[in-house]
Design a protein around this ligand. Structure first.
Ligand code: SAH
Length: 347
C-alpha cells in the first residue's frame, strides 16, 4: 500500500467511506505525498504529455487567438493574462512570446497563474518570472481578463452517482473485506435526473464554479477565455481514470502515484457561463480549431525553417486518431463583442 492509501484507509475506518472529491483532492494535492505536490508529471519521462509540451506551436496559436480578442475589444490596459493549472509554465511562456506581435499587449498584461501545487509553482516561476501566483480564480482582480486553460478542468475533483433499485446513490471510496480501497454506494440522494439501474453520472462542481467565476468577470469587465480539455458534451457514464507511466490503471490502486482525471463535460460549463451573463461558444474539436487558426501554415513555415518536430506535432495535435477529436475547446467572451477567433456562438 502507498503511504496515502494507508492514510486514506485510516480515515475511512475512523469516519466512514469518503466521496470522490475528497479522495481525489488527497491523491492529487496532499502536501507530502500528493501526485502534483511531489513531482513534475509532464513529458516523456513523466506520466502524460500535454499539448503545450508537444510543441511551442500550440501555445503560440492560443496566444495569438487571445491577442486578436484583446485587440477586438479595444486593447484594454491594464488587463490580466491568466492561466489556471499551468503545469510547467510552458503554455504561458509560449503565449507571452506570441502576444509580443500585438502592439502594447505585453506591457499591458499582468500575468496571473492559478496553481495549487507548491512544487509546480516553483517550476512555473522559473519559466514565467513576472507572474503572480493565485490560489483560485476567485482571487483574479476586477479588470479585463484574458484566460487560457488547458487540461485544468480534468484535474478537478468529480462526484459520481449510480442508479440503484431505489434511486441515485453517491459512489464512495470505502474498504473491502480484506482492507483494500473499494468503491461502494452511499445513501439515496435526490439528484433530479433520469436513469436506469446501473447508470453512472458525474458532476464537477469545482469546474462549474470556476467557469461561473471566470465568465462573470468577463461579462462585467471584458476579456475572453479559452478552455481546452478532453471530454464531450452531455457526457455520460464512468470516466474516472488513473494514468501512470503513460498507461491506465485502477484509480484506487496507487493513491498519490498516479494522475487522476475524468472526462470534462462541457455542457454544464457552457450553461454556467451563459448563466453568468457571458457569451459562450459551441464546442469545437481541438484539431478543427487549430486548423482554423492556421496551424498548417505555421507548421509548414517552421518545417522550412529547419524545425524537425513541427510536422509530427501538427499530426499529434490535429489528427482525429490522435488528440484532434478527443480534445475539445470552448470560448467565453462578453455579449456583443466579436467572437474569439475560431469559435461560433452557442446560441
Ligand atoms: N496546463 C498544463 C498542465 C495541466 S495539468 C499543460 O497543459 O501542460 C493540471 C494542472 O492543474 C497542474 O498544474 C496542477 O497542479 C493544477 N491543478 C490541479 N488542481 C488544481 C486546483 N484545484 N487549483 C489550481 N491548480 C490545480
Amino acid at each position: 500500500m502507498t503511504p496515502l492509501a494507508e492514510q486514506i484507509a485510516m480515515r475511512i475506518r475512523a469516519t466512514g467511506p469518503m466521496p470522490l472529491p475528497e479522495y481525489m483532492r488527497i491523491c492529487l494535492l496532499d502536501g507530502r505525498h500528493g501526485y502534483y505536490a511531489t513531482r513534475d508529471p509532464f513529458g516523456r519521462a513523466g506520466d502524460f504529455t500535454t499539448a503545450p509540451e508537444i510543441h511551442q506551436i500550440f501555445g503560440e496559436l492560443c496566444g495569438l487567438a487571445l491577442a486578436q480578442a484583446w485587440m477586438d475589444q479595444g486593447s484594454p490596459a491594464p488587463f490580466t493574462l491568466a492561466e489556471p493549472g499551468p503545469g510547467r509554465g510552458t503554455l504561458m511562456a509560449d503565449m507571452l512570446r506570441a502576444i509580443r506581435l500585438a502592439p502594447g499587449m505585453s506591457e499591458a498584461a499582468q500575468v496571473a497563474l492559478i496553481e495549487a501545487s507548491a512544487h509546480l509553482r516553483k517550476v512555473q516561476a522559473q519559466r514565467v518570472p513576472k507572474a503572480t501566483h493565485l490560489d483560485s480564480v476567485e482571487d483574479l482582480p476586477a479588470i479585463p481578463l484574458f484566460l487560457m486553460a488547458n487540461e485544468f478542468i480534468d484535474a478537478l475533483p468529480i462526484r459520481q452517482y449510480q442508479m440503484g433499485a431505489d434511486g441515485w446513490h453517491e459512489r464512495l471510496v470505502g474498504l473491502s473485506d480484506v482492507g483494500t480501497l473499494a468503491m461502494g454506494l452511499g445513501p439515496v440522494v435526490p439528484l433530479g435526473r433520469k436513469g436506469r439501474p446501473g447508470d453512472i453520472v458525474e458532476e464537477c462542481p469545482e469546474g462549474v464554479a470556476a467557469i461561473r467565476s471566470i465568465a462573470s468577470r468577463i461579462a462585467a469587465h471584458g476579456g475572453a477565455a479559452i478552455i481546452v480539455d478532453y471530454g464531450g458534451w452531455n457526457g455520460y457514464g464512468d470516466s474516472f481514470q488513473a494514468l501512470r507511466d503513460h498507461a491506465p490503471e485502477d484509480p484506487l490502486a496507487n493513491p498519490g502515484l498516479a494522475d487522476l482525471t475524468a472526462h470534462v463535460d462541457f455542457a454544464p460549463l457552457a450553461a454556467a457561463a451563459l448563466d453568468a451573463g457571458a457569451q459562450v461558444s459551441r464546442p469545437i474539436h481541438q484539431g478543427d480549431w487549430l486548423q482554423l487558426l492556421g496551424i498548417e501554415a505555421r507548421a509548414n513555415a517552421l518545417t522550412r525553417a529547419g524545425d524537425a518536430g513541427a510536422a509530427a506535432a501538427l499530426h499529434r495535435l490535429t489528427d482525429p486518431q490522435e488528440m484532434g477529436h478527443l480534445f475539445k475547446a470552448i470560448a467565453i467572451w462578453p455579449k456583443g463583442a466579436p467572437a474569439v477567433p475560431g469559435f461560433t456562438p452557442l446560441e
